[in-house]
Design a protein around this ligand. Structure first.
Ligand code: AP5
Length: 216
């Protein structure tokens, strides 16, 4: 199955995509995680992406499209995937559709996680993540068992640079201007389902699963 999770920064895309990919036995592909890994490895792509990410702007479409297209062609994506953070603009969505339709592998379902800016802001400023395995925590809503360390691998948790309040404001503005139009784009294509993302993580997950079961 091929699924896209849409939603503003902090909607819970990463949290839910990891669970959904496990449940569907497909790979979770997060454009943000892939870009952060490139940055940590100091590749040319990572260095180019850094200034956009640190300011809350989007990395140029053609750069992200090539990066994600390459990743989707890997053997572990043959059974399907859950896309998280991609596509994020109309040109990215059109480029993705062109590639998937040429391969006769169209998107089955796009799930839009609806959450207000007021709800997502404290989620982002209280987020901690594991730099090794990418697992995401929240100091209040989903704390690790032992403060400051990853439950799975014991690595010290870190805060993302772009979760600083001024950058969060810019990321939300970028979302409203450039990503929100994708809701109508996918509605017109007949693959959109919307779920309420302002609830317990397990409850939101059940809504997302139900939305995916309902896909053709
Ligand atoms: P990216 O990493 O994709 O960031 P984002 O979309 O802003 O999303 P987040 O990862 O911040 O939030 P999320 O929705 O995944 O929420 P999460 O599950 O972590 O992108 C970062 C940057 O990379 C971009 O700004 C851009 O520069 C660049 N980039 C990436 N993709 C790009 C693309 N396609 N094109 C161009 N540029 C691109 O949850 C957040 C917190 O809330 C966590 O602490 C979590 O524990 C908690 N939480 C989750 N759900 C709940 C709940 N239901 N209740 C309470 N707490 C919850």
């Amino acid at each position: 199955m091929r699924v896209v999770l849409l939603g503003p920064p902090g909607a819970g895309k990463g949290t839910q995509a990891a669970r959904l990919a496990e449940a569907l036995r497909v790979v979770h592909l997060s454009s943000g995680d892939i870009l952060r890994a490139e940055r940590a490895a100091r590749t040319r792509l990572g260095q180019e992406a850094q200034r956009y990410m640190d300011s809350g702007a989007l990395v140029p479409d053609e750069v992200v499209l090539e990066m994600m297209a390459g990743r989707m062609q890997s053997s572990d994506a043959e059974a399907g995937f859950v896309l998280d953070g991609f596509p994020r603009t109309i040109p990215q969505a059109e480029g993705l559709d062109r590639r998937l339709e040429a391969a006769h592998r169209p998107i089955d379902r796009v799930v839009n996680i609806e959450v207000s800016d007021e709800v997502v802001t404290p989620r982002l400023t209280g987020r901690w993540s594991c730099p090794k395995d990418g697992r995401v925590y929240h100091e209040q809503y989903s704390p690790p068992k032992s403060a400051g360390t990853c439950d799975i691998c014991g690595t010290a948790l870190v805060r993302r640079r772009d979760d600083e309040p001024s950058v969060v404001r810019q990321r939300l503005a970028t979302y409203h201007a450039e990503t929100k139009p994708l809701i109508d784009y996918y509605r017109r294509r007949g693959v959109l389902a919307s779920v309420n993302g302002d609830g317990e993580i397990d409850v939101v997950f059940e809504s997302i699963r139900a939305a995916c079961r309902g896909s053709g």
